[in-house]
Design a protein around this ligand. Sequence first.
Ligand code: EPU
Length: 378
Amino acid sequence: MLVHNNASLQPFNTFGIAARARDLVIIESVQSLQEVLGSAWLAQQRANGRGVFVLGGGSNIVLSADVQAVVLKIEIGGCALVGETDKHWIVQAGAGVNWHDFVCWTVAQGWPGLENLALIPGVVGASPVQNIGAYGVELQDRFHALDAVDMYTGQTFSLNAGQCAFAYRDSVFKHPPAKALGQAGSGDAGGTPVARGAGLPHGLGMGLKGRAVITHVRFALPKAWRAELSYLDLQRQVEQTGNTQPSAQQVLDWVVAIRRAKLPDPKVIGNAGSFFKNPTVTEYQCADIIGREPNLVHYPLADGRIKLAAGWLIDACGWRGKTIGLAGVYDKQALVLVNKGSADKPVTGGEVMTLAKAIQTSVFERFGIMLEPEPEVV
Ligand code: EPU
């Protein structure tokens, strides 16, 4: 087990924030993960009150300060077809596999279904955590199951979609056990193991944040594939090209082009994707806002609530292209906050959070809506 002390996390977060980890351990297999979790060294760190922080591709985090918890960077690789049913190909990837590479590989192999999710930064293991979604497809639409390791017992377990409790940019992995169970104060580090063997009993409302390390994810990709083109940006591509029956590769290329046109490439401009979730409001609240703001961008949802475009709300408050220190609002998509610094003098987590709070305040003052951050603030 190799522990890197005082390790720079700048290369490991897509925002490019220059925070450091007191201890960083790279994990390349389930076995090495279990060794670290069962080690006397980690037991000692935990006895000293330190937690464990699991890092994937670092594309959905904001490092607000140096990380005192032990950082486990998951680099478990491998992609394979592992089964099939009448309707689906079951394809598995290691948690450390780059997400976009995996999407391209599945489409090239003739197992389409993930193409609308092309070019999302990050790794496969992070994809279920926030139930990634784009252009009319969410991870939960293609998810089959995942394998994870209990951080306290080292035991492996598997979860199906229901047990992951997917919702809009949300899952069981975003909620701490105590909070989700409504047991204030009982979420101590050494508590009862969360799972043994095959899987978690569902229906307990149990959270797994800080308890589970995802090691492999399996996807169910439809044999009877049909292009998902309902999203406005994709309809425009159909109209412009006249291609009403695109292949999966064509859809993938369209999604890549759309994303490149309005979202910054983290390799060039540091960012963590959408910084806030799109809020939902009641029909009554929406009508009230439209009375004052007739151009409000809104989408009715199946449950009767209305989704608002957070990017539009931020844009309407005049934030597009603005900066605070080295933290900026991207000039082509106001929902994305960016690193305006350089590799030598990058933005700090403090600057990003100051900008985020200023945006929240102005959106709240004008629309009465408190935007909720989408990435995890560490
Ligand atoms: N808009 C503005 N000004 C802006 C930005 C957006 O007026 O500066 C308006 C647009 O004109 C559009 C609406 O807001 O009418 C929605 O914008 P867009 O289509 O870009 O999508 P979004 O709701 O901002 C969501 C996801 C993205 C995903 C896209 C495409 C969230 C939080 N974000 O963005 O996901 O790629 O839809 O499906 O749900 C991410 O999660 O990191 C992410 C990039």
